[in-house]
Design a protein around this ligand. Structure first.
Ligand code: WQD
Length: 336
């Protein structure tokens, strides 16, 4: 029996593949390499010594999904494939709604046709109503401020409605907080195309000399040092959370939304200072204006993941900074 991983060559997916293969699971990948590189899969095979069957194609292609499920005795699916740049989603909302919703609908339809009933969905903390008090808990109200976030919200609803119509479905909606870092080998990591939107890759690219300096988006937030506070989570802890969710879905029915976060918030300056200290490398930064849409603080209540999945993040901010830099310094141009 195999686990189908859509978007399998991506950052979180490749780390999840390493975790699953090391546990003896069998995995098959579909990826159109639109925002990823087949090199990532080659390195996953190198790291684990395990084979991965990869299909180059679009997760919106229902017939291809059906063929993959039949050819590989797929038992469960982890659905990562989707566009994920918040800023781009504001500029190109239709591209995001079409791709991110159509891929989920195509996948659920293919699963129905093939009798596949277990789905782990890559959701995001961005679905939480921004004005609500942190820490965010799974039963709190939802509401988004950009099309990317709305596609996660709508996909959660689509999956819930599909599960209402088909009680055999077992779905886990994993709400990621801020994934950062890389596998300690430095062989796989985050490889954003173009100018990074997110903090950690921007810090790493500044440290390696690809960027002149980091701009800290505002230092007048209602936080301990005025800079934005987030729940940074090591990508290897996140990968472990997916393996726990796959195991949970094998013995449960219905739909559960579950936060994957540490429950601890760190500021931008906390991250910059930790990065400089751990790696003994300067990161030049300037303070700039706030980025529209940014919250003062966002961090998880992670208790449900511990209760239901037996999962808890173990890696520290220092681990995240060390492993993120190890990847970047060994791969200054990512997979290219
Ligand atoms: C973190 C902090 C910025 C860049 C986004 C998505 C979310 C998820 C993770 C996919 C904030 C500050 C950042 C920079 C900065 N993605 N910052 N200078 O915005 O919390 O979440 O990525 O699921 O859905 O919304 O992450 O890394 O962009 O920002 O000062 O160059 O770093 O203001 O306080 P964010 P981020």
């Amino acid at each position: 029996m195999s686990i189908l991983v859509t978007g399998g060559a991506g950052y979180i997916a490749s780390h999840t593949l390493v975790n699953l293969l090391e546990k003896g699971e069998s995995a098959v990948v579909i990826d159109n390499y639109d925002n990823s590189s087949p090199e990532a899969l080659r390195r996953v095979k190198q790291l684990t010594g395990k084979e991965i069957k990869a299909y180059e194609g679009d997760a919106c292609d229902e017939e291809l999904l059906v063929r993959i499920m039949h050819e590989n005795a797929v038992e469960s699916v982890i659905h990562f494939a989707g566009h994920k740049a918040v800023g781009e989603s504001v500029q190109k909302p239709l591209k995001y709604y079409r791709n991110n919703l159509d891929s989920t609908i195509s996948l659920l339809s293919a699963m129905k046709r093939c009798g596949v009933t277990q789905l782990i969905f890559s959701s995001s903390a961005t679905v939480y109503y921004p004005e609500d008090e942190v820490p965010f808990r799974e039963d709190m109200r939802l509401g988004c401020i950009n099309p990317y976030g709305w596609t996660k919200f709508m996909n959660e609803q689509i999956i819930r409605d599909a599960a209402k119509a088909d009680p055999d479905l077992s779905c886990v909606l994993l709400r990621y907080f801020n994934p950062v870092g890389a596998h300690p080998s430095g062989m796989i990591g985050e490889d954003p195309s173009g100018i990074p939107n997110n903090l950690m890759p921007y810090i790493c690219q500044t440290a390696v000399g690809l960027r002149d300096h980091l701009t800290i988006f505002g230092n007048d937030y209602n936080t301990h040092d005025g800079t934005g506070v987030r729940d940074y989570l090591h990508v290897c802890d996140l990968a472990e959370g997916h393996a726990c969710a796959v195991r949970y879905a094998r013995s449960h029915k219905g739909v559960e939304a579950i936060n994957l976060g540490t429950g601890v918030g760190y500021s931008v300056l906390d991250m910059v200072n930790a990065f400089q200290k751990v790696n003994n490398i300067p990161v030049k930064y300037v303070i700039g204006p706030r980025r529209p849409g940014d919250l003062d603080a966002s961090y998880a209540d992670p208790s449900k993941a511990e209760r239901l999945l037996g999962w808890k993040a173990t890696r520290t901010l220092e681990d995240m900074c060390r492993d993120g830099w190890n990847w970047q310094s060994k791969n200054p141009k990512g997979y290219r």
